[in-house]
Design a protein around this ligand. Structure first.
Ligand code: PAF
Length: 292
């Protein structure tokens, strides 16, 4: 792979490469801080904002490109996942990555591997309810990546709010010496949350998908105006959403436990989270109500 950049960058494929790379840093810099951005590639501006945030907290940043088979709910989705490692490595380096980690499945899951990181109650709701086993795959790979990269900080997007919560929980529960940093969702000009999946939408589908953010911000406005009846807020979102979207879930939930809120429950903040299908493409988004 040929990466042209003014940055000094390195491609790493396994634990030995990572070890050598870390040793090469320690010789000029005593115990340098290493930041990490795990990705499945197909990088967009949202990922690059994670790289830039990592760079603010650490001297060196590793970006991993690994399409993790264990977090897919079906094999055809995994096979169809768009892969272009040269382009991804190049854009990550241009955003400030110092090293790109490109493990093969055998590096992450050694032959005969049989240990999983299972997720507790945080995985019972939202995407966890409709994608069985997904977060078990995410936690297992993120734990493996943390152990391989030996990063001090790691950066994740708030678009995958449940993933971020679950990773924070795992990091605490397993005493992983990694500080987790969340970054606000990057949005396109019409408000659509950036996602690798957006490129699979037709222009018409993209217009329909813009109703997601519009409907969430409308609920946020109603909340600011004092509306606290959760079911009315959810109904308002449904009314604003394009009828061509198929809702997977639309939930107002406690931002810590992710448990759906009952109408009579009083809270200062609530997470409004949605997953829906637009032209068979599954999109997710969320907005915190009451945070500002
Ligand atoms: O958010 C993602 O892209 C993935 O779930 C992650 C964290 C890279 C694990 O495969």
């Amino acid at each position: 792979m040929n990466i042209s950049s003014s940055h000094h960058s390195t491609l790493l494929y396994d634990a030995t490469d990572l070890q050598r790379w870390r040793e090469s840093l320690s010789s000029h810099d005593h115990r340098p801080l290493i930041g990490f951005v795990p990705t499945m590639g197909d990088l967009h501006e949202g990922h690059l904002s994670l790289v830039r945030e990592a760079k603010r907290h650490a001297q060196y940043v590793v970006v991993s490109l690994f399409v993790n088979p264990t977090q897919f709910n079906n094999a055809s989705d995994f096979e169809a996942y768009h892969r272009d490692e040269s382009r991804d490595a190049q854009v990550a380096v241009n955003a400030g990555a110092d090293a790109i980690f490109l493990p093969s499945p055998g590096v992450i899951y050694p032959s005969g591997a049989q240990t999983w990181v299972n997720v507790g109650a945080l995985g019972d709701h939202l995407c966890g309810a409709t994608r069985p086993g997904h977060f078990r795959g995410v936690c297992t790979v993120v734990n493996a990546l943390f152990n391989l990269v030996r990063c001090h900080i790691a950066v994740f997007g708030e678009k995958d709010y449940q993933q971020l919560s679950i990773i924070r929980q795992m990091t605490r529960d397993l005493h992983l010496p990694v500080k987790i940093i969340g970054v606000p969702t990057a949005r396109e000009s019409g408000g659509l949350a950036m996602s690798s999946r957006n490129t699979r939408l037709t222009p018409a589908g993209r217009r329909e998908a813009m109703s997601i953010y519009k409907s969430l911000t409308n609920a946020q406005r109603l909340w600011r105006e004092g509306e606290r009846e959760h079911s009315s807020l959810v109904e308002e979102v449904k009314r604003e959403l394009s009828p061509l979207l198929k809702i997977d879930y639309l939930t107002l939930c406690d931002p810590h436990s992710l448990q759906p809120l009952a109408d009579e429950q009083q809270t200062h903040t609530a997470l409004l989270a949605i997953a829906c299908f637009v032209e068979e493409v599954r999109l997710i988004d969320n907005l915190m109500l009451g945070s500002s």
